[in-house]
Design a binder for this molecule. Sequence first.
Ligand code: SF4
Length: 577
Amino acid sequence: MKIARINMGAEGGPKVSEEPLGAYEGSGGRALTSAIVSKEVPPLCHPLGEDNKLIIAPGLLTGTSAAMSGRVSVGCKSPLTGGIKEANAGGQPSQMLARLGYAAIVLEGKPKDDTLYKVFISKDGIKIIPDNSLKMLGNYDLVEKMKKEYGEKIGCISIGQAGEMKMAGASVAFTDMELRPTRHAGRGGVGAVMGAKGVKVIVVDDNGMKMRNPKDPSKFGEANKRFVEGLKKHPVTGEGLPAYGTNVLTNVINESGAYPTKNFMWGRFPNCQKISGETQAETEKARGGLATHGCHRGCTIQCSGIYMDKDGHYLTKQPEYETVWALGGNCEIDDLDAIAMLDRLCDDYGLDTIEMGATIGVAMEGRLAKFGDAPAAINLVKEVGKGTPLGRILGNGAAVTGKVLGVERVPVVKGQALPAYDPRGIQGIGVTYATSPMGGDHTAGYAVTANVLKVGGYVDPLKPEGQVELSRNLQIATAAVDSTGMCLFIAFALLDQPETFQALLDLLNTFYGGNLTADDVTQLGKTILKNEREFNSKAGFTAEHDRLPDFFQKEPLPPHNLTFQVKGQDLDTLFNW
Ligand code: SF4
C-alpha cells in the first residue's frame, strides 16, 4: 500500500508524488490520519492555510472481502474546533481507493489562485484537472456531471457549496452504492479544508482492480464467516438496526429522558412518535423506498434506507437518528418529510447535519425563527447554500451563531455541537463529549451502550460513578475500530460476544499474517488518543477545554431534573492509564 501526496501549491501547478507507507507502515484509517496530522501539520497553523493537510484514508481491512470494512477516515486540523479531527464515512470510494493500493490520499499546500480542480484516480495513476465549470455546484449536480464524463462505475469524494465557501460546518461527501452523494464525513469542517485546497471532487475508478488478497485466504474466509454470524445473532446488529436503522433510538432515548428537545431544554419530545424509526420505516415502505439498505457493498447490518417523497420519488437516503434529532426534535420539528428535505439540502450543500441542526436550534433560541417552524428551518439552510451573510454565519456552526445572536445556551464542546443524547440524562456520554479530542462527538466513546442499551454491561446513566472508566474504555476501543475500516456499529456485537471480537482479530491476523492480541488493540487505541491529545495540547488546548458548557451544570433537565454530575477533577483523569 502507498500514500499519494497531491501538492496543490506546487510551482507550475498541482503535483502528485507517491511513496510507500514507510514510517506509517501498519496504520490505516484513523490511526493513519491522526499520525500524519500529528507528525506533519504544525499545531498552530491556520486550518485553511497551506500548512494544513487533508488526509483521506481507508482502513486496514478496506478493499478486502471482510464484511463491514468499507469505512473511510478523513483527517486534518479542524476549522471548527482548532484541534485534530477525524471524521468517518461509509460509501463506495474507500473500497475503491484501497483496491487501487492507496492507504491514503493527502492534499497539501494551497493553490496559487482560485482555480477549482478535479482529481481522477484510476489504475493508470492520478490526474489533476482544472475545471471551473464545477464552481458552486451542489453535490448531486456535481456527481451527475461526473457520471456523464467518467461513466457509472466510479465513486466520488466531493464538496458542495459549503466546502467551497470554507464554512466550518462543511462536510466531505462520499457516493453510495447508487452513486448518490449521501455518505458524509460530516464533523469538524473537513469540507472547508478540501475547499481551501481547491479540490472540488476526487473521482475514483477501480476498473481492472481486484479485492486485496489475504495472506491466508481460507482462514480469512472462515474468520469472516464467524464475524458475520456474530453480527447476525446480536439483537442490535441482527435485528434493531436492520429493521429501523439508527432511528430506532428515538423512542428509546426519549423514554430514557435524555432526548434533547428544544435546544437541550427538555429530555422528552412529546411528538417523538411522529419521527421515530418505526414511523420512518413504515413511511419508506409505503412509498416504495427501502427501510433496510447498506451504505456500501459488504455491509451486512444495513442500518440505512431510502426515503421517497409523498409522490414516491427519491428524496434522500434514510436520515439517521442523529440527523432526525438535530433537524427534528431539537428544533421541535415533528414532520419527517421536512426533516428529509433538510437532510437532502445538507447533503447537497455538503453540510454536517448535526452541526446544522444544533445551529438552527440556537438560531431559534435567538428568535431568528420559531421552534417547530419547519419551513423557516428549510429557509435558513437555503441561506447557507446561497452564501448570504446570514447563511455564512449559520454555516460556521452553533458556536459562531450563538455569539452573533447573543445566545448563552450553546451546546458545544471545543466549538463542535453536541449530538442527540443529553449529558444530564446519560452522564457517560457527557464524559465523552467533554474529553474527546474531537470535541462534542457521540461516536468517540458511545457510552449509551452501557448507560441505556445494556450492551457491554450496565452503568446507571443518572449517576456519576463509573462514567469516566466507561468512557475511557470506549474511547480506546473506538479509536482502534476506526482504524480497521470497520463500521463502528460492529462494536455492539464485539462488546457482548468475545467470540465476535476474536473473529475480528482473526480477520486482521489472517490478512496481514500477524499475531495481534486484544492487548495490542488496546495499545493501538491508546497510541491514537495520545497522538491526538498531544496535537491538541500543542494547539493550545488545556483541561478547561475538557468541560461541558455551563448550563449543563446549572439547569436540571426534566424529567429526571438532574444536572451533569461528573466533576472536573474526575474528567481530568480520563487519559491517565
Ligand atoms: S451498518 Fe449502517 S453505517 Fe454501518 S456500514 Fe452498514 S449501512 Fe453503513
